[in-house]
Write a protein that binds this ligand. Sequence first.
Ligand code: GAR
Length: 197
Amino acid sequence: MSERVAILLSGGGSNMVALLDSMTGDHPARPALVLSNRANAGGLEKAAARGVPTEVVDHRPHGADRAGFEDALHARIMEYQPDIICLAGFMRVLTEGFVARWQGRMINIHPSLLPKYRGLDTHARALDAGDAEAGCTVHEVTAALDDGPILGQARVPVAQDDTPGTLAARVLAMEHVLYPAVLRRFAAGDRTPVWLP
Ligand code: GAR
């Protein structure tokens, strides 16, 4: 039996597409659901075009009631009985309660070489610091933001004339290699980190 994967996103979903496209053949997982907190997320159409069920759980009606939003999120996700959740540009911070429900079964991709640059604006911060390399990390999700055991990392060189935009594009291309590589291992029960290149 394949592991069932739910992918959560808020935006264009290029990582989601890379994950969907990887789950074929002898891959130990198959997509069960793509869910967004934003109805206009570009990733939803891309998932639907690939025949994957999509759902929207809007966070806004819940206002400051994060637990209320997460209860709705959890209920919708459970309709699809996933084994694994992949966060792929899902731009909501999850509370300890939600994370606990998925502990050891939820992974995230973050556009920095963690533990450097948790949070936002990672590329601008790497450039401001004069870093010679940047990259991305896939990690298990724990209650602390952008923390949790590292499951893989990919490094890219920083060019002298890089802007946050050019660096983001170079890192994103590596995200599309790293995330599928990690998911394949993780779905097979192997938590050995993937180091790229
Ligand atoms: C990716 O760069 C991902 O690493 C980042 O959002 C982008 C989503 O792009 N995630 C975070 O910053 C999470 N803190 P995509 O929608 O094209 O996959």
